[in-house]
Design a protein around this ligand. Structure first.
Ligand code: NAD
Length: 420
């Protein structure tokens, strides 16, 4: 049985350390810095779900709003056994910086339920989702806080949340969540948006690093929404996808894998392992394979002090949120490995979520080409801005991205003032 990579650090402590590193580079007044280090509001809900066998089980869920300074809050909902308040806090803070960096009119939020969605029947998943949606409906709203999918959730779960919220209101409110099916107000291009953004910044990183994108070797950890789409879109650009993995382990072929065949295999068998023509590797081994691009696209805390010295990639593109610890950041930087940070690399998802929300509010929908063109422009612009600031300040891309984002939120906060 393959070894499952486990996060090794508290994600909230990591998020705070990253924030303070950026804040050290900004002339922030002490109170402002402290304000931004706190989540604005945190909701914990314990709720019952009737299971298929008639029993009742209690579940715990969360919704955290980190910052409401730049607008309504935005952020995904995660279903995983590892969900706890510190993980949700960390992810909410990252969303504040991500939205600020991308110039989206949003603050940051995140939610989650501690559960293993793979162990629940469809009916149980629907009951859990509708009850959780009802519990958090006191703090979500199309003009207040707009959830989206994340690890363990998908467009069907967004549809149930949208329906539940709408039933309570007595009319349809499509703009209360993004990442919905297109038939009920979802956006063309949203499903692929995060992976597409990863592909775009990987291509731009190859350009500034002076390596040809076509023919480059790519390793992807996590073969869900982000990882699988990034893999096949990079494959379409001529990259060689040499290894991919899911929670139960990975597959490797130095000559290259067909990511769409891996996706079909996963849809049929529930895992990538066993794809003909590939050898198996553990998630830990996969991270250390020889490659040009390493795309961690699973969960937090995967590249750490323990393995950073053995990473062989030239460029790390963070599809996941928080996959690299601050200690590992330093080791990678010392070794000349370029890292494109999460708040930039995976921002394609929230950017097209923003497009979806705008389309829902206007009840006027755009074509997929229009969505992809706008996404391309915004991603390239953000990437170039971060690279320029990194050169100017002589810092790594993560610190530059955070400096830019934190400054935007801090400036807005100063203009709004401290109420009352
Ligand atoms: P997903 O549930 O669709 O896929 C997650 C993948 O990671 C699966 O293949 C799963 O098997 C694998 N995985 C889970 N735990 C693992 C572990 N311990 N070790 C190795 N692999 C593991 O989730 P997703 O939506 O693709 O999200 C992946 C990452 O990208 C998360 O960090 C998420 O916060 C981030 N992200 C997602 C979006 C989005 O639009 N979905 C946007 C921005 C960032």
């Amino acid at each position: 049985m393959a070894v499952v990579a486990q996060p090794k650090e508290n994600p909230w402590e990591v998020a705070l350390r990253q924030f303070h590193r950026a804040a050290d580079n900004l002339p922030l007044k002490r109170g402002i810095r402290e304000f931004l280090a706190y989540p604005h509001r945190e909701l914990t809900v314990n709720f019952p779900v009737q299971m298929d066998d008639g029993s009742v089980r209690m579940f715990t869920g969360y919704r955290v709003h980190h910052s409401t300074v730049l607008g309504p809050t935005k952020g995904g909902i995660r279903y995983s056994l590892r969900v706890d308040l510190d993980e949700v806090r960390a992810l909410a803070m990252l969303m504040s910086w991500k939205c600020a960096l991308m110039h989206l009119p949003y603050g940051g939020a995140k939610g989650g339920v501690a559960c293993d969605p793979g162990q629940l029947s469809r009916g149980e998943l629907e009951h859990l989702t509708r009850r959780y949606a009802t519990e958090i409906s006191i703090i979500i709203a199309p003009d207040g806080d707009i959830p989206a999918p994340d690890v363990g959730t998908n467009d069907q779960i967004m549809a149930w949340i949208m329906d539940t919220y709408s039933m309570h209101r007595g009319h349809s409110v499509p703009a209360v969540v993004t990442g919905k099916p297109i038939s009920i107000g979802g956006s063309a291009g949203r499903r692929e948006a995060t992976g597409r953004g990863v592909m775009i910044v990987a291509r731009e990183a190859a350009r500034i690093h002076g390596i040809p994108f076509a023919g480059s070797r790519v390793v992807v950890q996590g073969f869900g929404n982000v990882g699988s789409v990034a893999a096949y879109l990079m494959h379409d650009q001529g990259c060689r996808i040499v290894a991919v993995s899911d929670v139960s382990g990975g597959i490797y072929n130095p000559a290259g894998l067909d990511p769409r065949a891996a996706l079909r295999h996963m849809q049929q068998t529930g895992r990538v392992a066993g794809l003909p023509g590939a050898e198996s590797v553990s998630n830990d081994e996969l991270l250390e394979l020889p490659c040009d691009f390493l795309v961690p696209a699973a969960i937090e805390g995967q590249i750490t002090q323990a393995n950073a010295a053995r990473i062989q990639a030239k460029i790390v593109v963070e599809g996941a949120n928080g996959p690299t610890t601050p200690e590992a950041d330093e080791i990678l930087a010392d070794r000349g490995i370029l890292l494109v940070p999460d708040i930039l690399a995976n921002a394609g998802g929230v950017t097209v979520s923003y497009f979806e929300w705008v389309q829902d509010l206007q009840a006027l929908f755009w074509s997929e080409d229009e969505i992809n063109e706008r996404l391309e422009r915004i991603m390239v612009h953000a990437f170039n801005g971060v690279v320029e600031l990194a050169r100017e300040r002589e810092v790594e891309l993560r610190t530059a991205a955070l400096i830019y984002a934190v400054k935007r939120v801090a400036d807005a906060l100063l203009i709004r003032g401290i109420y009352p």
